[in-house]
Each structure stands twice: as structure tokens, then as C-alpha cells.
Design a protein around this ligand. Structure first.
Ligand SMILES: Cc1cc2nc3c(=O)[nH]c(=O)nc-3n(C[C@H](O)[C@H](O)[C@H](O)COP(=O)(O)OP(=O)(O)OC[C@H]3O[C@@H](n4cnc5c(N)ncnc54)[C@H](O)[C@@H]3O)c2cc1C
Length: 399
């Protein structure tokens, strides 16, 4: 992949910039840049704008609605979006379940599910984790017992991100006999969240937001046609999906943009002197993050290059996950340091849409504590960083 842009690539960059300037709603961009939570409607609005442009699924094969962009074009697109303040697309449909459906689903499933995912007409969530089955995912206990043309599902999933909005959930369920080996008894099932035998209970995170949930299945009858691929092969599909998930978690373009903003914040000072960025210790910390981010960017580009040739990301997605989340958390910490006292007034209500008062500190500073606390999750979700280290030691280093 060559990062010296050709004339065509520079033209493409201009086209993306123009599109973002014309079509990205200003209020959504402002909220994204200030690190505020977006509503379901705002996410859907943006994703449908992308869809109208034909740009909602750059990584999909063209025959299903992908863009056929080169890795360099995807790089340009991601970077321009981050600079403009475009929100990340919600990954569960477009980036996670869709590749599993178009790779392992049958024709009927592709036609039934992919167009609505592409157009963001439906909201998906991920039903993998359970209490006691997070890192040890193969120990999951939710059962799906075949009864004629249906599976009967019982159990509870947890940490289900934004499941309160979801129309569908993709689930790992236990279909094999209790005596079957753990991983051979797992299947991949698509379940309609509007079934009355499903209940969703919110879990409030440390920033006061109900971002994750428990999802309870109490005798939910699921048509057998919603099984993806072969019964008992769910573990294989699950691992491929996770490699897509982990690649996305690196969020390099976003971190690059946030580092630029951090430097702006650290350049400011009321009297024009004593800038934090001139402090050698702070400057050293910023430089450390910047170096890690640059190395991460090149690793991500190698992975994107492989995905563009139709391969699933390999175990290197674990490297992206670890370093990407370390960088995100390091930047958050530096923001808190740069904002100083202004990161302390942790008043969640000031971030609600109906808040009419004034933020304490600048918009850039007001959210630093909220973001710092919220992003502690990044080294846990998608498989904790300790587990990624185990994967690297086995699958990359052969230890
Ligand atoms: C904000 C958030 C959103 C999430 N969203 C979703 C979602 O949408 N859908 C979903 O299915 N899941 C989701 N998860 C779940 C996430 O994947 C799990 O939390 C994660 O895999 C860790 O599992 P656990 O919480 O059960 O911790 P445990 O597995 O109990 O681990 C606890 C600690 O022990 C360490 N540990 C465990 N085993 C080992 C080992 N073998 N070697 C070294 N260290 C080990 C872990 O690293 C961790 O620090 C989300 C989690 C969070 C925090």
C-alpha cells in the first residue's frame, strides 16, 4: 500500500471532504468532537446519509453493496471522517454480523438480512458474553434446543452494548448434547429482539449511562432457518467475527484526531506563558503516545490491506486491539492532565440534550472525566487485553 497519494486519490480525498462538509449534520459533528453520547436517531441518521451516498459498508464485497475502494481510499475516508467529527458507525450490523452472513449464510439469509443492515433499517446487538463466560466464552450456558422447525432458547446474555435499541441479536448458543466438547456444541443464531419472551435490563456504567444490558431469553422460539451455517460450527464463525471486531476497536483515525485536539488544549494558557506542552515531562508523554500511534497505524494498514484481498483479519487483530485501546486510554489520561481542574466538575446532566446551563470550562474540557471513565471499558470489551496477549503468544509466537 502506497501512501504517496496519486492525483486520483487526492481527488477522492477532496470528494470525501466535500461530502462531509455538505452532508454531515453540524450538531452531530459537534457532539462527536466533544465526546458526547449520540442518540439512536442520530447514529441512524448519519448511517443512512452514508448509505444514500453508497458509502455505508466500505469493507463489504461489491456484489452486496461494498464500495470497491482500495486500502488507500479506505484510509483517506477514515481519516477525513475523524477530522470532520463523523461518528463511528455502530459496528454490530455493518461490521460484525454482516461479514458472517455474506460468508457463511445461505442465499435466503443474505437476501433477507443484508439490505436492511446496509441501509441501517435495523439495529443489531451482540449476544456472546454471559456471567462466567466472558474470557472463557466457550463455557457459555444459553441453550437452544431443537424442537421441529424451531429452536427453543433459554439463558441470559450480559454486557450487551446498546441492546436496548436492538431489533435483532446475533447469539452464540449451546446446541449440542451436554456431553459434547464445549466448542463443538456452539452454534450461531439470529434472534428477533421483539419477541415477547425476551426481556432487556439496563446496566448503568461508571459514567451514569445505560450503555450495556442483560438480555434474558425465557423459552424464546426461533425459526431454525435463522441458524447461520452448520449447527455446532458457531465457534469458528464467532472467532472470525471477533477478529473483525478487534480490528475495528483500534480506532486509529479517531486517536490521531484526538491527539491533535489534545495538543491544542495543552498549547493554551490564560497568560500565553507556561504552556503545558512546553513542560518536558508532559511533552515526553505526548511523544510516547504519538510514536505508539504511528506504529499502530502502519500495523492497521497492513491488516486493512489483507482484508481488501478478501481475507479475514488474523491474530494480528489482537495486537491492534491491545495497542489501540492503550493509546485511547493514554490520550484520555493526558486530556485529564491538560484540562486540570476543569476535568473535575463531573456533572453528567450537563451532557443531556435538555441541559440549558453553561459548561464549566471549554466544551473540549468539559467531557474529559466522563470520557476517561467511560473508556476504561476499552481494554475489556472485545476480549480483555490479557486474553489478547494469550492469543498472540499462542497464535503469533507459537508459545
Ligand atoms: C462496556 C462493555 C461492553 C461490552 N459489550 C459486549 C457486547 O455487546 N456483547 C458481548 O457479548 N459482550 C460484551 N462485553 C463483554 C466483554 O467481551 C467481556 O467483558 C470480556 O470478554 C471479559 O469477560 P468478563 O467480563 O467475564 O471478565 P472475566 O473473563 O471474568 O475476566 C476478569 C479478569 O480476569 C482476566 N483473565 C481471565 N481469564 C484470563 C486468562 N486466561 N489469562 C489472563 N487473564 C485472564 C481478564 O483479563 C480480566 O482482567 C462488553 C464488556 C464491556 C465492559
Amino acid at each position: 500500500m502506497n501512501l504517496n497519494f496519486s492525483t486520483e486519490e487526492t481527488d477522492f480525498q477532496q470528494e470525501v471532504r466535500q461530502f462531509l462538509q455538505d452532508k454531515l449534520p453540524k450538531d452531530i459533528a459537534k457532539k462527536t468532537k466533544d465526546g458526547l453520547h449520540l442518540s439512536k436517531d442520530e447514529y441512524v441518521q448519519w448511517q443512512q446519509i452514508l448509505h444514500a451516498q453508497g458509502w455505508s459498508a466500505p469493507n463489504w464485497p461489491v456484489e452486496h453493496g461494498g464500495t470497491a475502494w482500495t486500502p488507500t481510499q479506505k484510509y483517506i475516508f477514515a481519516n477525513e471522517c475523524a477530522k470532520a467529527g463523523a461518528p463511528d458507525v455502530i459496528p454490530f450490523g455493518l461490521k460484525m454480523v454482516a461479514p458472517i452472513i455474506y460468508t457463511f449464510g445461505n442465499e435466503e439469509q443474505k437476501q433477507r438480512f443484508l439490505p436492511d443492515i446496509l441501509a441501517s433499517n435495523v439495529w443489531w446487538c451482540q449476544g456472546y458474553s454471559e456471567t462466567g463466560a466472558g474470557s472463557d466464552l466457550a463455557g457459555l450456558k444459553t441453550t437452544a434446543v431443537r424442537d421441529g422447525d424451531e429452536y427453543v432458547v433459554n439463558g441470559t446474555k450480559t454486557w450487551t452494548t446498546l441492546g436496548q435499541y436492538a431489533d435483532w441479536i446475533f447469539c452464540l448458543v449451546r446446541t449440542g448434547a451436554p456431553s459434547a466438547k464445549n466448542q463443538e456444541a456452539i452454534s450461531f443464531l439470529l434472534i428477533n429482539m421483539h419477541d415477547p419472551k425476551i426481556t432487556v435490563s439496563p446496566i448503568v456504567l461508571i459514567d451514569g449511562k445505560p450503555e450495556v444490558n442483560e438480555v434474558h431469553f425465557d423459552g424464546v422460539r426461533v425459526p431454525a432457518e435463522n441458524l447461520i451455517g452448520v449447527e455446532g460450527q458457531g465457534w469458528t464463525y464467532a472467532k472470525i467475527l471477533l477478529s473483525h471486531e478487534r480490528t475495528g476497536i483500534a480506532r486509529v483515525a479517531l486517536s490521531k484526531e484526538r491527539l491533535v485536539q489534545l495538543k491544542e488544549l495543552a498549547q493554551g494558557s490564560p497568560d500565553g506563558a507556561n504552556k503545558l506542552l512546553d513542560d518536558p515531562i508532559f511533552a515526553q508523554k505526548v511523544a510516547d503516545v504519538e510514536i505508539n500511534l504511528l506504529a499502530l497505524e502502519y500495523t492497521e494498514l497492513r491488516t486493512l490491506s489483507a482484508i481488501s484481498t478478501g481475507q479475514a483479519p488474523g491474530p494480528e487483530s489482537s495486537i491492534l486491539k491491545i495497542v489501540g485501546t492503550q493509546v485511547i486510554q493514554a490520550i484520555d489520561e493526558l486530556y485529564v492532565e491538560a484540562a486540570g481542574y476543569y476535568s473535575m466538575p463531573f456533572v453528567p446532566h450537563q451532557f443531556e440534550d435538555d441541559f440549558e446551563g453553561q459548561h464549566i470550562g471549554s466544551d473540549m474540557e468539559a467531557n474529559t472525566a466522563l470520557r476517561y471513565f467511560n473508556n476504561r471499558k476499552a481494554s475489556i470489551y472485545g476480549g480483555s487485553n490479557e486474553i489478547q496477549t494469550n492469543i498472540i503468544s499462542k497464535a503469533v509466537l507459537g508459545l
